[in-house]
Design a protein around this ligand. Sequence first.
Ligand code: NDP
Length: 345
Amino acid sequence: KQVVLKEYVAAGFPKESHFGVTTAAINLKVPDGSNAVAFKNLFLSCDPYMRSRLSPPVHRDGADETDPEFSPFRIGAPISGLGVSKVVDSGHPDYKKGDLVWGGTAWEEYSIIENPKGLFKIPDPSVPLSYYTGILGMPGMTAYFGFYDICAPKKGEYVFVSAASGAVGQLVGQFAKLAGCYVVGSAGTNEKVELLKNKFGFDEAFNYKEVDDLDAALKRCFPEGIDIYFENVGGKTLDAVLLNMRVHGRISACGMISQYNLEQPEGVHNLMTIVYKRVRIEGFVVTDYFPRYAEFLGKMLPWIKEGKIVYVEDFAEGLENGPAALLGLFSGRNVGKQVVAVARQ
Ligand code: NDP
């Protein structure tokens, strides 16, 4: 079974009708003498960046068009992303039957890959394997390096996180507490706001959909201003945050999901704040940090095992429910990290 792209999304929100689920026969026995590996795909990661790959192939400023991980999907072919897989047969010296890996994965039940590259061996299967799509995978590294490296937090600083209950945001909030900061999160439902306060330990949280005046809401939460903003949504939120930044504040520009389905990005009006408050805004792409995976794991695995960091996941069961799960990221349907469970083992 595969999830294929039927049609590019020229503008606006993608719909389930852009995708199809097809079946094809596959021979899982790798030919003798080949360096191919046959994988059973267990968990697939739904990630906001995948929206850009649904757009037709045109030049986009700043995007590396040569990188197949970020180039548009091909019509009629399975879409791909990150996931957790198990080796079921291998002709490759680095992989043997039963090995567990995470990395680039097609949205299909089984894959055969010639000479696989860039996959991470799963070092510790005693934690839930789905964690390698989230807290122990790409979103975990995004939160970790995007917060610690880009923001250099100090004890007592004031931190704001948007899309705070999601795959990345829930971790940033917990890291901020570990660093001794005061942290506030925004999210799109009251259920998520409860999670932020009662599960992830945010000091304060609000539902941005129920707030008429974001600037006033931020002033209530941060009477002394914001030292660190972890930017996940962009648009009106960024504009309101800019009005509330403190001198020498830092903004980690991680993503701007509110803009991904717009034909024209919204304008940002309060940029002068950057000058007179000496604010540093720094973007980053997590793949630059992949060589530091071992360092990241060295921190995260103990934190998970000691109960210092918790993680909430949202499972869609079965490949056929994958498209709806992916699209749900753009309406806020997911509560926590959105995963597609293709097979549990
Ligand atoms: P999430 O798990 O947080 O899912 C996306 C969430 O975004 C939704 O649940 C929804 O939550 C919120 N959202 C959707 N549309 C809007 C909107 N119009 N306005 C405000 N919020 C919206 O996703 P991730 O944690 O995986 O990703 C968070 C951000 O991090 C994204 O911007 C993503 O692109 C970025 N990212 C960047 C990386 C990098 O290398 N720079 C790597 C990975 C992620 P709610 O109900 O709260 O609205």
